[in-house]
Write a protein that binds this ligand. Sequence first.
Ligand code: COA
Length: 420
Amino acid sequence: MSNKPLNGIKIIDFTHVQAGPACTQMLAWFGADVIKVERPGAGDVTRTQLRDIPNVDALYFTMLNSNKRSLSLDTKKPEGKAILEKLIKESDVLVENFGPGALDRMGFSWERIQELNPKLILASVKGFSDGHHYEDLKVYENVAQCAGGAASTTGWWKGEQAGPMISSAALGDSNTGMHLAIGILTAYIGRLQTGKGQKVAVAMQDAVLNLCRVKMRDQLRLEKLGYLEEYPQYPHESFSDVVPRGGNAGGGGQPGWILKCKGWETDPNAYIYFTVQGHAWEPICDALGKPEWKTDPAYTTPKARQPHITDIFAAIEDWLKDKTKFEAVDILRKFDIPCAPVLSMKELLNDESLRKSGSIVEVPHKERGSYFTVGSPIKFSDLKPEITGSPLLGEHTDEVLADLGYTPEQIKALHAAQAV
Ligand code: COA
């Protein structure tokens, strides 16, 4: 195995579905030995959810569990518990995202884990933080998006589609996993200094809220000012006492919107995102062939433009109507205008630049042949993560048990007892 920064770190991956597996997968890419512990005969529920090929691990599983080893283990049986205890004694990190209290019920409370291995880092994802009035709730992605402020600030504020909206990005799941990975590495560096493990926890609500920081900023500004200039409600509509949903507004320092391009009538993604960056107003006028806007006092400053920003976007859309999204971006990039085409998953999957950079990779799998997956979004100058296929259920059980010192006879007996 080539040398990777996290080589030598042994992680018990007691995670399932998406939030936990996304975290441990990333640590595995960077060299950690990640042993996924799964219930014998069943495994992570995503192995069978949303299957595209009968009796083969679903992409839901394969795309979140690459570079790991799989140990099937019934941790509710005494033999299984004994194996987990041995593993805990030899590992650096245990990551879990069970429902509240499940690990305690299994007999592996934080106190017990510390008795077994005071150096172990216990990393958990839960829906809500310890002591929160909802701490007992089980949580999935969309629940977290609602609880963390994303849903109330996403979507349309008027018309038939008005109402809170869920994002397709996994703000609750994978995002929480990424936060947890930062927590684990921080605790690991802390352990190098103190020699002691610690408990690291990330609540999905908190991880979503952390990404909605700018919306909390807007709430605080709204309470001071009574209005938010960069929202589409300004200045013609009224504001209530909560941050409104802004449709496709930029929500930052510069207005932006999703605009139709040639072919939008039949292509659901024939759009670009266009940003009216304050200091780029003159290049925008040049790109659109509207030199008269450069000196018109109704357009020269962001404040002057805001009351008719919708008309400005309509004029840009008019300019776009005979250009595809790619043609439009090729023109606008010459004027240094922040913009991008709205890309479909099909376009991303086939994007040559993403393939070249390793952001989309094709990896082998023992049963499905090969599959495409999303590679590491983090690029290093001295590390190129090699993404390998996900393990079959229990593929490494015997190997892990042998590493723990079990003899072939003992391993046979454990299989017979259905403990592994
Ligand atoms: N051997 C024996 N038992 C095992 C086992 C194994 N290898 N692995 C898990 N189990 C048991 C657990 O001990 C637990 O049993 P218990 O409830 O009798 O104590 C059970 O399987 C798992 O329970 P739970 O995690 O609550 O599963 P669920 O399917 O009911 O709920 C979630 C799924 C995701 C809602 C829940 O796990 C959760 O809220 N997790 C925290 C938040 C989270 O990560 N959500 C996002 C997931 S993407």
